[in-house]
Design a protein around this ligand. Structure first.
Ligand code: AMP
Ligand code: MN
Ligand code: MN
Ligand code: MN
Length: 280
């Protein structure tokens, strides 16, 4: 059932925490012979117009995209949404609220870092580096690295930024159910992003997918680089058990990570229904 199309339905640009402008991401996708692309920046649509225009020029099929931070029970999860109307009112107000939450969070994170890492103006520095008023955690990690407060990006997250650490800020993200509602109203489809990266047990993951599916969620990201065979097996099982469409993407952020290239996405399971079929 899966056609032989080269796709990448999860990647980032300078509109969020990527290092290339949207048009450059698309140009790189063209070089990699990607035929179907979505740019899925964190909680923003800022790169969409530029990316779509570049894709049209280069003959790449483009789906509107976003990676929403959402809450489910006590967990912060990522949901990729694809193929929605990017000018739909419900989406525009959701994105506004998410960006507002991000800005408040970034300012709070900056204050915490000023104390915990003995810095001056961490928020202003991350804002300047990113060119954004709501810089995400990777921008703070870069500032920490530049000021020699940490040895690596990983160290920045483990020492300061991840949940449980001194500069982590709990954020009132949209609930998973409300996010699905909005995307569905705007004609898009919802995909649970990188389901193995949340530290959920098999039982918890299945509970999540049961809720997700019952609320109108349709897709599961099963084709991502670096999955262990057992993880891939678990996800393929979930596709069948919860009757979900399969999606996939590189989660590309920067060419500096030479081991993770745009368009390098493992094939979807041969028996699975590809997510773009849910949009036809
Ligand atoms: P935020 O959107 O501000 O919550 O930041 C989350 C982003 O941080 C993810 O999308 C990744 O791009 C990045 N990230 C998460 N963990 C790490 C890590 N250990 N090292 C580098 N980047 C990370
Ligand atoms: Mn990211
Ligand atoms: Mn993510
Ligand atoms: Mn991502």
């Amino acid at each position: 059932m899966v056609t032989d199309i080269k796709f990448d339905l999860h990647c980032h640009s300078t509109a969020s925490d990527g290092s290339l402008p949207p048009a450059d991401v698309v140009a790189l996708a063209a070089q990699a012979n990607v035929q179907l692309l979505s740019l899925t920046d964190h909680d923003t649509l800022a790169g969409q117009v530029e990316a779509r225009a570049a894709a049209e020029k280069l003959g790449i099929e483009f789906l509107s995209g976003i990676e929403l931070s959402v809450t489910w029970e006590k967990h912060e999860l990522h949901m990729v949404a694809l193929g929605f109307d990017p000018e739909h009112d419900a989406i525009l107000s959701l994105v506004d609220a998410q960006l507002c939450a991000r800005e408040t969070r970034a300012k709070a994170m900056g204050k915490k870092l000023d104390k915990a890492a003995v810095m001056v103006g961490a928020y202003d520095k991350a804002a300047a580096l990113s060119g954004q008023s709501a810089p995400g955690r990777p921008w703070f990690a870069k500032v920490l690295l530049e000021e020699n407060k940490v040895r690596s990006m990983d160290h920045a997250f483990n020492r300061f930024l991840k949940q449980g650490q001194s500069a982590f800020v709990r954020t009132p993200w949209v609930s998973l159910q409300d996010a699905i509602d909005v995307i569905t109203q705007a004609g898009g489809v919802c995909v649970i992003a990188h389901p193995t990266r949340y530290g959920l047990t098999r039982t918890k993951l299945r509970a999540l997918l049961k809720d997700f599916q019952s609320w109108g969620g349709q897709g599961l990201e099963v084709a991502t680089p670096g999955l262990h065979v057992n993880q891939r097996k678990l996800l393929e099982e979930c596709l069948v058990d919860f009757d979900l469409y399969a999606s996939g993407g590189s989660d590309f952020h920067t060419p500096a990570q030479s081991w993770l290239t745009l368009g390098s996405v493992p094939p979807l399971p041969t028996s699975a229904r590809p997510i773009w079929q849910a949009l036809i």
